[in-house]
Design a protein around this ligand. Sequence first.
Ligand code: SAH
Length: 353
Amino acid sequence: MHPLKNKILKEIDSRGPIRIDRYMEMALFDKELGYYNRANPIGSKGAFITAPEITQVFGELIGLFMAQYWIDCGQFKPVTLLELGPGKGTLMSDLLRSSRIVPGYLDSCNLCLLEKSHSLKEQQMKNLQDANPAWLDSLDELPDQPVFALANEFFDALPIRQFLRGKQYWQERLVGKSGDSLQFELSPEFEFKPLEARLKDTSEGNIVEVRPGARDFIQGILDKIKKHGGIFLIIDYGASQSLGDTFQALEANQYADPLANPGSADLTSHVDFGALVKDIEGVSVSPLLGQGKFLQNLGILQRSQILTKNLTGEELETHRKAIDRLISPHQMGDLFKVMAIYANRQPVPQGLH
Ligand code: SAH
């Protein structure tokens, strides 16, 4: 048995069934055994692959989008360029390369990264050493200046709680055990204030997911945007509100049972974009756009055409497939969404309407 599973079983023995967010925290971030602290969590060798790992075009376009918005906002100087959960550092490295063509932009940026995994931090140190980034332990350390922030597939990795709509209120789905196996169990029904509004649009048997830590990340960035200006670009898979069980595991790029092999599989769930920005005030929020539409607005097809001129045979085929994977509605194009939060006094970001 994987030693992490043993650790989780022992915790359940002593405390009773645990919440899913506690289970995710241990499975993903246990100091020695958590999935993100092992050698190669992301990429073709890991459990899952993300957009920047599919093609460099993704990061390059996001880089140009940010640099263009910096121009549209009047060229803040200095500005914090921040990424949450930078993975291997690939997106940031592609972004920095493409934005070099904008005079004065990178000289105005201090690069800050927020990363919880030790092994990914090491990869970021290697891949981004020329850019001299600073790693923040928390958003409280953000400098008092405008911030251009981005998060790709960050929120989906934050732990969730799941609630099953009962006759009157909610039952929480918990992780319990039977012998050596982990299994889902249900708490007794109880009133849960944060989901009060969802009693109106759900019925008995529906599942709704809540991500307790997500709003702190939004708030930390929002405070700087309100005071000094800037933008927070969020890309992730999900929808405008949570409905249904989307808790899933990927192991070696295959779907797996989320309770079967903690520590060996990546665990995620769809992002509830509505909940990220519910009742926030004093800033503008863009419409929620499909990733496919957003990347096409940014000119991915034109960029792709230029690149294909130098490609033949297998390379050409791989490139075409990569672009298709990012934008096709049958692949990431519709499921993945893009949303931006920016200061009211700033222009609407190009490509997001
Ligand atoms: N953005 C990258 C990686 C996505 S995987 C890409 O697109 O390839 C999720 C990333 O978020 C990983 O780097 C993970 O270690 C990081 N992460 C998850 N929870 C975090 C937290 N609470 N604080 C900081 N980083 C976190």
